[in-house]
Design a binder for this molecule. Sequence first.
Ligand SMILES: Nc1ncnc2c1ncn2[C@@H]1O[C@H](COP(=O)(O)OP(=O)(O)OP(=O)(O)O)[C@@H](O)[C@H]1O
Ligand SMILES: [Mg+2]
Length: 332
Amino acid sequence: MTTTANTAAADQGRQDTTGPAVVVRDLRQHYGDFEAVKGVSFEIRPGELFALLGTNGAGKTTTIETMEGFRRPSSGSVRVFGLDPHGQPSGVRERTNAVLQGSGLLDDLSVDETIGLAHDLAANPRDTAELLDLVGLSDKGGVAVRQLSGGQKRRLDLALALVTRPEVLYLDEPTTGMDPEARHETWQIISGLKKHGVAILLTTHYLEEAERLADRLAIMHRGEVRVEGTLASVLAGWGDRVSFLLPEDVRTGDLPELPEAEIAVETRDQALWATYTAMGGDVADRAHRTVAALIAWAAERGITLQHLQVRGASLEDVFLRVADGAADLLTD
Ligand SMILES: Nc1ncnc2c1ncn2[C@@H]1O[C@H](COP(=O)(O)OP(=O)(O)OP(=O)(O)O)[C@@H](O)[C@H]1O
Ligand SMILES: [Mg+2]
């Protein structure tokens, strides 16, 4: 698999870098009485990757399918290059493509034949050998689709989406089933596409994938966006954690109160642990200030903080909290 993606829009000089490629405004989507998407808004500019994360059933695929034009919004709007994508009108169809969550590959066709079909429909298709090289399937051209592994089928899905040199690309869990190496190679392909100006919407349950690739992200739960922003802004709102084993002769009430951090004490492995979550002040040095204050407090008392750990927030922490919120809502 090569690591560069000489793609699409830039090759053809047709990208519009002045405004967003995709605009979603207060999108709502019903299936009968059930509201699967409850007012979602975001924009994606050329060269930007927006990651739509969320719990199973949150409404990500429904949102993507509506953006692709397969469904008409129940209310709100989607615009792709200023056009309503419903029904995939000209002006949208040839400039967008997708890796769908459910792959629609035909088992009896060979890999070459599968790409050939997509070629027949494309105005300016990418070369088959280049595509197969890009996704690491160069030696599989003559092989029947049914003989591909799950991860190889996912690579073929990506190759198919790139045949048409899309300027907007929807990727619905594109790396599911890939081994770690293939996943890393796919991230490089996606990064290459971004560099060439492609606007990308990605859904994934691999949070590291979003951390690596996303310029901005949203976490959905039950049809709503619960958290949104750049990775840095999402994590900044979350806090860094400083924890240590509570010394035997220190009671919870003896712990110092710090103006910028919240204290929690919990039992782990039959021992008491104190955790300070540093939220306030400058993000860059809030963990340092918390640690410094705790060390000074310990020194004054002549004690040592054992198993001192400092952990920056991760997307997984935020995701789990969003999913937890779900449990709270369930019991309301
Ligand atoms: N065709 C349909 N008819 C009725 N309900 C549907 C349909 N498609 C999806 N749903 C429901 O809408 C909700 C959102 O589904 P969706 O597939 O958009 O979730 P998702 O965020 O993509 O989840 P996952 O992470 O599991 O792929 C779910 O509760 C699902 O059961
Ligand atoms: Mg889905």
